[in-house]
Design a protein around this ligand. Structure first.
Ligand SMILES: Nc1ncnc2c1ncn2[C@@H]1O[C@H](COP(=O)(O)OP(=O)(O)OP(=O)(O)O)[C@@H](O)[C@H]1O
Length: 584
């Protein structure tokens, strides 16, 4: 007999079922139905959230009826999210009745043992940071009403810190004792996630004795997982890694110990680390929109629409030199029309490549990497001209506004980023580019747009551009307008391969300080410089070097589940070889 297998009749209400625990799956099928339309519900053991004695309810509030012959199983139940790209997860609950207490105890014991065996990454102890001011200021309420009951059900202990200031979570992670924790949960938006990201990566490098400032160093992957409970005004990282912005769905991913590796881009200026980014590093349009929106915080989330419109109308483009190190084109391409979904094969292949010591060492994290990466070797490409925007993203950066994202075929964990160059163009062309982000039309299929899959990027100003405050730079002169036109025309011809890294770029304006603020839109002068928008933060430098670190962190997530590809519940479900995943 298969170990861990258990089979018996059980009752749900007044209907009799044949229940089977095979080790990997727990199934129950109604037995008394005469006709063929019997329905099997099949739950992978890895998606069982908890097993309780008696008749138990936990949401919206806990109710326990401690009976002798009953037990309650809580599990992940999917439902269509209607609009979002992923699936909503809900807490399924079924109360089973047994003929005897002995059988009941046998069932609960077997189910609990199966959970331990088949879900090795389930967290036992979590450190939780709640930003009480994020989004609509509902972080605390969301945590206590939705997340905490699930943690209790799953036997997870948590240490909760409600932050009192910005950067408290980051500082805590950098300095305090983290022994015994399996992961860190942030209840907030993208800003709060960024704090956790910086704290965890920084702490991991400190402990590994690695210098974060050196872009050539191979950083140590973080051993603690990050869970994101969306409670901000922008929750793009959650959306791009789970497919929906829903605290219950995210809490369930944490509880069952899902694990999604994530690439991180480090941004350096003049030999110092400036920031880490996972979603978007953007100069030009996206930088201007962020800078403008900071002036209108009082508008709330509306400020992004307002600022986007104002910046669009200001019709700006900026001179720059972009150098990039292309990724291996044989592995994937940003134009290959694939989507990085749960179980992505491109990311899986990259895991083997990125952690090729894995099989030797037996542990992902104990593998000994060479401290200096060979990742930055290769032929760099350089382009120069005027850009509407230059963006680098390590993921699709999909969000509810742009369901396919900035780069629809980008991968979460393949060790590459997508560099998007939007050259100077007329306002209508740029509007078309922006508009295509909200539809399924290909935003890269435009003559003034390029996209490259890359491992590293440098950006610097042409030597004649000074990083001066806009009052001094004034508007573009006639010469500059002319130059812009010529460069735009010849941009493909201007590409040149660099034999080595660093002929220009990092450090060319080390001593200069950027004016982080743009001219007001009422100002008749056009600034010569934009700013970098790094995951919603303005960077105080223009010349940067950025590099993608493959799978540097792990989230309690599994990527976006493809609802369309999954078999939906049908009456014939028990005859179907695939698991019925949409249990209505
Ligand atoms: N107690 C606090 N007081 C003030 N700021 C805080 C506090 N806790 C965290 N923060 C900071 O608030 C910023 C925004 O937080 P978060 O991302 O959670 O919310 P948000 O509403 O999405 O933010 P925004 O719209 O400003 O990006 C973060 O950068 C974080 O550092």
């Amino acid at each position: 007999m298969e170990s861990g297998r258990l089979e018996s009749s059980l009752w749900v209400g007044n209907k009799r079922y044949r229940a089977v625990l095979t080790g990997w799956h727990f199934n129950w099928t109604e037995v008394d139905k005469k006709n063929r339309d019997k329905k099997t519900i099949s739950v992978p053991v890895a998606e069982v959230v908890g097993v309780e004695d008696g008749r138990v309810e936990i949401l919206p509030q806990k109710l326990v009826e401690d009976t002798d012959k009953d037990f309650t199983v809580f599990y992940v139940k999917r439902s269509s999210s209607g609009g979002s790209s992923g699936l909503l997860w809900r807490l399924g609950r079924t109360q089973f009745s047994c003929p005897s207490r002995v059988l009941r105890d046998q069932w609960t014991k077997h189910l609990r043992t199966a959970l331990k065996t088949h879900s090795p990454l389930r967290p036992h102890k979590l450190l939780v940071f709640i930003n009480p001011f994020g989004g609509k200021r509902k972080g605390r309420k969301i945590y206590h009403s939705v997340v905490a009951p699930l943690f209790e059900l799953a036997g997870i202990s948590s240490h909760v810190i409600v932050t009192e200031r910005a950067n408290q979570a980051r500082d805590h992670l950098l300095k305090k004792d983290l022994a015994g924790f399996d992961g860190v949960v942030c209840v907030g938006g993208d800003g709060m996630f960024s704090e956790i990201l910086h704290g965890l990566i920084g702490r991991t490098q400190q402990e590994a004795g690695l210098c974060e400032n050196d872009p050539t160093v191979t950083l140590e992957p973080c051993s603690l997982h990050i869970g994101i409970i969306p409670a901000g005004s922008t929750d793009c990282v959650c959306y791009a890694t789970v497919g929906v912005i829903d605290p219950l769905t995210s809490a369930l991913h944490i509880v069952i110990g899902d694990s999604q590796p994530l690439d991180v881009c480090s941004v350096h200026h003049a030999s110092a680390l400036v920031h880490y980014s996972v979603s978007m590093l953007g100069y030009g349009f996206y930088g201007d929109v962020l800078a403008e929106s900071e002036k209108h915080r009082w508008m709330g989330p509306l400020r992004y629409d307002f600022s986007g419109t104002m910046v669009y109308l200001s019709n700006r483009s900026y001179a720059g030199i972009v150098q990039y190190l292309p990724a291996d084109p044989l592995l994937s391409s940003p134009r290959d029309k694939t989507r990085c979904l749960s179980g992505c094969s491109v990311c899986s292949r990259s895991t083997e490549k990125l952690f090729h010591h894995f099989s030797d060492s037996g542990s992902l994290y104990s593998s000994h990497f060479s401290q200096y990466s060979s990742d930055l070797e290769g032929d760099w490409v350089s382009v120069e001209g005027k850009f509407r925007c230059v963006s680098l993203t390590c993921m699709s950066s999909s969000c509810p506004r742009s369901p396919l994202g900035l780069s629809p075929s980008a991968h979460l964990a393949d060790g590459t980023g997508d560099l998007i160059l939007v050259w100077d163009t007329n306002p209508l062309g740029f509007l078309k580019f922006l508009y295509r982000h909200t539809s399924t039309q290909d935003q890269f299929d435009l003559p003034f747009v390029e996209v490259h899959r890359v491992k590293a990027v440098r950006f610097c100003l042409p030597s004649d551009k000074e990083e001066e405050p806009c009052e001094k730079t004034g508007g573009l002169s006639g010469d500059e307008v002319e130059r812009s036109y010529v460069e735009t025309e010849s941009r493909n011809g201007s590409q040149q391969h660099l034999a080595e890294t660093g002929t220009r770029g990092e450090g060319t304006n080390e001593q200069k300080t950027v004016s982080p603020f743009l001219c007001g839109l009422c100002c008749s002068k056009t600034p010569a410089l934009s700013v970098w928008n790094c995951d919603g933060e303005i960077l105080p430098f223009t010349d940067i070097f950025s590099r993608i670190h493959g799978q540097l962190v792990r989230l309690y997530a599994r990527g976006i589940e493809d609802g369309a590809a999954l078999h939906s519940c049908s009456e014939e479900c028990d005859k179907c070889e695939r698991r019925c995943i949409l249990q209505k």
